[in-house]
Write a protein that binds this ligand. Structure first.
Ligand code: HEM
Length: 184
């Protein structure tokens, strides 16, 4: 089966969003008590899915350059709001790309040379990056009309938000426990 460039763009866009979502979910799960016994596996899934997301989104952007139906120039892909086609939705994708790129570079390549608290602050920019990529996919994608795709977006966003809330509550409880045990 040979796919057209347009189908490749859509497939690679979905794959990139899927890998970034998996990376974020496993990143959030790393600190939870019930998965402590599989810490290494969870860390590797978190890291590998991030790299796969980055590789597939770069491929998504490269295929846009050679698409005949709605071709983008390099400038339109790299500079937010410069695209003629769906300027705002395209810009959301470009900004999400830069944020993901920065998070992955600072985590895997520059972490040893960086201040830990700065690294942590930068690392959490992955959440706005993910929200932007979700908004980009929903707003610009042809497949947003498809019920299965809408279910995929709702399920992936729901699971991610649930895990984020569970982690925030458990971190908060941990802090409360530590401060009460200090006071006793
Ligand atoms: C992290 C960055 C990005 C992610 C995760 C991402 C993901 C996605 C997803 C999930 C879709 C929906 C596919 C569909 O419904 O068929 C999509 C479509 C699209 N993306 Fe991206 N994208 C990113 C960056 C970009 C950039 C930088 C551009 C160009 C400036 C771009 C241009 C497009 C276009 C034109 C489509 C529409 C394809 C169609 O006609 O359905 N994307 N993208």
């Amino acid at each position: 089966m040979i796919l057209s460039t347009w189908e490749w763009i859509r497939l690679l866009g979905f794959l990139a969003y899927f890998y970034f979502t998996i990376s974020i979910i496993f990143g959030l799960l790393r600190k939870s008590a019930f998965v402590k016994s599989h810490k290494n596996l969870i860390y590797h899934i978190h890291q590998d899915a991030g790299w796969l997301g980055l590789i597939t989104v770069i491929a998504h952007m490269l295929v846009l350059l050679i698409d005949h139906y709605e071709p983008y120039s390099l400038v339109e892909i790299l500079f937010p709001f410069s695209a003629e086609y769906q300027s705002l939705s395209s810009a959301l994708g470009t900004i999400a790309f830069y944020l993901f790129l920065m998070v992955i570079m600072t985590s895997d390549l520059w972490i040893r040379t960086m201040n830990r608290s700065l690294w942590k602050k930068l690392h959490f920019l992955v959440l706005p990056a993910w929200v932007l990529s979700l908004a980009h996919g929903v707003l610009i994608g042809t497949d947003t009309e498809n019920a299965l795709i809408i279910m995929f977006y709702v399920a992936s966003a729901g699971i991610t938000l649930l895990i984020l809330v569970a982690r925030t509550i458990s971190q908060f409880m941990k802090k409360v426990n530590i401060s009460t045990s200090h006071n006793n």
